[in-house]
Design a protein around this ligand. Sequence first.
Ligand SMILES: [Zn+2]
Length: 407
Amino acid sequence: MEEEPDVGAPSRTERKALEKAKILERESERKLIRLVGRVLKKPEAERSEEEAGVLLLHRDTVEELCKRQVRRNVLKRKQEELYDDADELKSKVKQLAAAVEQAKHLVIYTGAGISTAASIPDYRGPNGVWTQLQKGRTISSSDLSKAEPTLTHICIRMLHKEKLVKHVVSQNCDGLHVRSGLPRHALSELHGNMFIEVCTSCSPVRECVRLFDVTERTSLHRHGTGRRCSHCRGELKDTIVHFGERGTLEQPLNWKGAAEAAEMADVILCLGSSLKVLKKYACLWCMNRPASKRPKLYIVNLQWTPKDDLAVLKIHGKCDDVMSLLMKELGVQIPVYDRAEDPIFSLATSLLSEEVNSHTREVISPHNGQEVCSPGPGDRAEEATAVQGGWFGRGYGKGRKKKKKAA
Ligand SMILES: [Zn+2]
């Protein structure tokens, strides 16, 4: 029997010719797009006859380019930071105050926008971590542990104290809600807390609160902090939930508290969050109910959010500005943050003497302006100025290659 010729596989020369033809085709497409794009940029009156002819001849390309422009404009609008003028802000805050007073079960959702006043960069704002990383820039360290609770954090704690707020769900890892004095049972830190490391070998999970950022050696799928559990010697892990990970720790994530709060909520106030991540957590939005039975949504954010259309009220203002107006409206005093009273100092477990050099991050001290850099002077202290790894440094970039474990 004769063997059938192998028709499926072209020869090497054929393949090369095919590839070349494809490359040429793509190149001429690109040339055409550039040409049409140039013509479209000109005002109609200034186009030559020849140029007008090009547009007529390549209507599909014209249409495609116009669609792209529309998409670009929409994207640009969504990224813009808008500010309500003073009068509008005041009248909107009045509405918000009425909603806060009338709410039976008010829940607050917070994002990075409430911490920007604490010099922590937000994620998606023009200078946010995410935006910077997308542009291929590195993040400069405005030392995170120097950050203190903002006015917004303090206001939220006061609203809880006054029983106006039942629960706070945060996507921030900066630990500032805890440090503002908000009780932990009223808080869900969905993406972790940079000051907490846990031993998951112990049952129940053992928690260690530290006075420094525990995440400097950790990243996506690598959570070991390098320190060990004093009870079982298991490796301690940070509590950070990176993009692409599923947080399973009971604390500090407290998903149970968050879900229960959302279930009970009649009003949800979103502060300083783009909601791009939070919107994906279905249980936070009661989307299984008809629209009229869902909690009323109030949003404070400078940029567009995907929930804007569902909101009763959208306030374009800085969180601190809105909150200070709100507190005035509600007649609630705003105390000043006092570092000496920061609950983190009573929650924290101190390091064993052999662990003192296990990190290079600055240590928070109860006395203002007297931070101690634990490893002392020397080469390690220098390292601390450039933030590497940790809760926002790694694991967020697109398509980053995994680095070999540092020795
Ligand atoms: Zn343990």
